[in-house]
Design a protein around this ligand. Structure first.
Ligand SMILES: CC(C)(COP(=O)(O)OP(=O)(O)OC[C@H]1O[C@@H](n2cnc3c(N)ncnc32)[C@H](O)[C@@H]1OP(=O)(O)O)[C@@H](O)C(=O)NCCC(=O)NCCS
Length: 153
């Protein structure tokens, strides 16, 4: 029987295993080569994961003892509820283990972490063309029809 993924908080000793997944995720969004994420951004994000004063959190999934997936999530204020809400910002699984429930396990663990943090709401965004991701998302969450605008000054 295939092994179930084991999801746990990121540890400082995971850096070598986490980095290729983070690079893979960034490359998926075109942040590679000349347009790669600046190393100081990765360094700062990494530090924030382990800073109790930062709302930035990370989990990894292991299969047979190997780190094969990551999810990063952030708690923030909302004007329409007293408790915080949880934004799931990054999700990535190693190509060779896809379709084995690793991303589903990561998302469902974020739901648990959010409840522990006092909120029921977890939300995220994806590109409408990301059919693979959306196959999963349609099973674990609801799409309310919002679209995203952004502006960089
Ligand atoms: C999207 C992504 C995170 C999914 O990871 P994954 O580990 O393969 O996902 P899972 O195995 O948990 O998928 C679960 C469900 O999605 C479906 N699914 C996922 N990949 C599929 C595929 N290639 N073909 C058919 N169904 C698929 C399965 O039906 C599965 O359903 P089930 O849990 O009911 O069996 C992964 O493909 C990835 O990292 N892609 C590149 C980065 C990316 O798109 N990140 C998300 C950005 S918003």
């Amino acid at each position: 029987m295939p092994t179930a993924p084991d999801v746990r908080p990121l540890r400082e000793t995971d850096r070598a295993a986490w980095l290729p997944l983070w690079d893979g995720y960034n490359a998926f969004y075109g942040r590679k080569g000349d347009t790669a994420l600046a190393p100081e951004i990765t360094a700062t994000t990494w530090k924030r994961f382990f800073d109790a004063n930062e709302p930035v959190n990370a989990l990894v999934a292991e299969l047979d003892g190997e780190v094969v997936g990551l999810v990063h999530y952030i708690f923030h204020r909302s004007t329409n509820r007293i408790e915080p809400v949880c934004y799931l910002q990054d999700l990535f699984t190693k190509e060779s283990v896809r379709g084995r429930g690793v991303a589903r396990a990561l998302i469902e663990t974020v739901y648990v972490k959010a409840r522990e943090h006092g909120t029921k709401r977890v939300y995220w965004q994806t590109q409408d063309t990301n059919a693979t991701a959306r196959m999963l998302y349609d099973k674990v969450a609801k799409h309310y029809g919002f679209i995203v605008y952004s502006h960089e000054s």
